[in-house]
Ligand binder design. Structure first.
Ligand code: C5P
Length: 221
């Protein structure tokens, strides 16, 4: 049995494509092991939402202002999960000044937290290259679309499975093909395919993995 105490420092980078299960996984790990959690996608979504509210117009000055106004509370806004915001977030995420503006928030959050899980696209490669554990989530496109559709339904968004799947493929393409901080599998990342896993199975697998990895770092606690 491993006891997570305050002396332990353990930082997890969880990357993967859209709807691959990294947010659910990250939240579960964080809850179970009393770690802090950040979904970095919400930062890009927040800038996208503010851009939409600004008649779809943005520039470096505007993004810097928005980035400086971000708080954890503001990142809980349900509006961040609409299809329009999702689409625009991966478009603005290609801009170097957007990534630069949002890096500070992530670095600060990671510095402040000894036990932390951060999920996104470039966490293991750019934001936390020295993470104690790097996870890379994958999932079949069909299963991802089904999951996202369910989430949209819960938010009362009326959209077809076909449209959801098309938008996911497009966003994954934008994220893997972009020049700056593309979604890549880092050398030392552990691959987690969530296609056939139930949430309970995924949780058991990951908690085991994290605990073993903490043991490796600290020995038996
Ligand atoms: O993970 P989520 O779907 O919330 O992310 C929304 C968008 O934000 C992604 O499609 C991606 O373009 C961008 N993003 C990013 N880097 C991250 C997290 C998200 O470019 N670390």
């Amino acid at each position: 049995m491993i006891k997570i105490n305050k002396k332990i420092e353990f930082k997890i980078a969880a990357d993967g494509s859209s709807a691959s299960g990294k947010t659910t996984a990250g939240k579960l790990i964080a809850k179970k092991l009393k770690m802090k959690f950040l979904s970095s996608g919400t930062l890009y979504r927040f800038c996208a939402l503010k851009t939409l509210e600004n008649k779809n117009s943005y520039n470096e000055k505007f993004i810097n202002k928005i980035a400086n106004s971000i708080t954890l509370k503001k990142l809980q806004n349900k509006k961040l999960y609409s299809p329009e915001v999702a689409k625009l977030s991966s478009i603005i995420a290609k801009k170097p000044y957007v990534r630069k503006a949002l890096k500070g928030f992530q670095i600060n959050f990671i510095k402040k937290s000894k036990l932390v899980v951060v999920e996104g696209r470039d966490i293991g490669s750019k934001i936390m290259p020295n993470a104690d554990l790097k996870l890379f989530f994958t999932c079949s496109t069909k299963e991802k679309a089904k999951r996202r559709l369910k989430e949209f339904k819960n938010l009362n968004e009326n959209i077809s499975l076909k449209k959801v799947q098309k938008a996911l493929i497009q966003r994954d393409k934008e994220d893997t093909k972009r020049k700056i901080s593309p979604l890549i599998i880092t050398k030392n990342a552990v691959l987690v395919d969530t296609t056939k896993l139930t949430i309970k199975q995924m949780e058991a697998k990951l908690i085991n993995l994290v605990k073993n990895s903490i043991k490796k770092k600290y020995g038996n606690l």
